[in-house]
Design a protein around this ligand. Structure first.
Ligand SMILES: [Zn+2]
Length: 315
């Protein structure tokens, strides 16, 4: 008997599609502790990490929605050969909500012509402009597939430290002090979903491109990177490696050796996809401080063993 027959996915408040870091962010995150990023890459990393954190904060809020809706997080669509990204889509019975999450911190001043946010000598285009473009593109995409639910879009400023002076009144901008009210509004939307809504959600998921096909890549080389495991909590390289666990000398955090080694392998695969993973390669990447037998054990338990001649490698 098919037990899933009775499970109605659209009653689940959890996202039907969850969010993942872009490859660009993962690469910068892996490089950041191991090298001195250029100013440009450093700024990029900060902005991406900050943005991602904000989105995850908002996901935690939408996860609590109790009414009938489908939440899709982190979508990248392609329309007329151009990509456009949507942070969050929430499908209700009569409306689709499109939400862009911003995680700006500190005091900005709103200026018009062109509409922008200014802080010291930094200027950011008013995110509402980008939002309206995304909204129009999503409408076109929906029309193409003959779905005609109206789309309402919002920019949510998630950071409680964000202030925008001279902000014009705009019902599509949710400032930090308005988030609770906004969520309450979403929660009170009467909504009963049917199979059509689920088909729409499935369609949007199937149209998701995952990640940009070519993302900008910072310049780095194997030799230029610091080799050693480091604390996943505070990024400190001052760690004591034992047989079963690694202890951070800076923050005291303890991690199982298995997860330390796996993290190192994931970084290697991400940064050097062409490299064959062998015990020696991982041993070197771990700064020769993790015993070879620990590495071999973890690799054997978590990866497939391949052999070419006298070499053993793992995939
Ligand atoms: Zn630490």
């Amino acid at each position: 008997m098919d037990i899933y027959k009775f499970e109605r996915i659209w009653t689940m408040p959890t996202p039907k599609k969850s969010r993942h870091e872009t490859k660009e962010l993962l690469i910068l995150r892996a490089l950041n502790p191991r090298m001195n990023l250029s100013d440009k890459d450093s700024r990029k990393y900060y902005a991406l990490e900050k943005g991602y954190q904000g989105e995850v904060m908002f996901d935690a809020i939408t996860q609590e929605l109790k009414n009938n809706c489908i939440v899709l997080n982190g979508l990248l669509f392609k329309l007329k050969e151009k990509h456009f990204q949507i942070d969050t889509v929430i499908i209700f019975q009569r409306t689709i909500y499109l939400i862009d999450v911003k995680n700006f911190e500190g005091d900005y001043i709103y200026k018009s012509d062109p509409d922008r946010f200014c802080k010291n000598d930094t200027e950011i285009d008013d995110p509402i402009l980008q939002l309206l473009k995304a909204e129009s593109k999503l409408r076109q995409l929906l029309e193409e597939y003959r779905f005609n639910l109206p789309v309402e879009s919002y920019v949510v400023h998630i950071s409680p430290t964000f202030t925008l002076y001279n902000a014009p009144q705009n019902n599509h901008v949710i400032l930090p002090t308005q988030i609770n009210r906004f969520i309450r509004k979403l929660e009170n939307i009467p909504s009963t979903l049917n199979g059509g809504h689920e088909r729409l959600a499935d369609l949007l998921i199937s149209l998701d491109q995952g990640d940009y096909p070519i993302s900008p890549k910072p310049t780095y080389s194997y030799d230029g990177l610091r080799k050693s495991p480091y604390c996943s909590k505070c990024n400190s390289f001052s760690v004591s490696v034992g047989e079963r666990k690694m202890v951070c000398n800076t923050c005291g955090c303890e991690e199982r050796m298995e997860s330390v080694v796996l993290q190192c392998v994931r970084e290697l695969v991400l940064l050097f996809p062409e490299m064959r993973i062998t015990t020696s390669v991982v041993y070197d990447w771990c700064g020769c401080v993790v015993p070879r037998k620990t590495i071999a054990r973890v690799l054997k338990q978590n990866y497939q063993v391949m052999s070419s001649g006298k070499w053993t490698y793992y995939v």
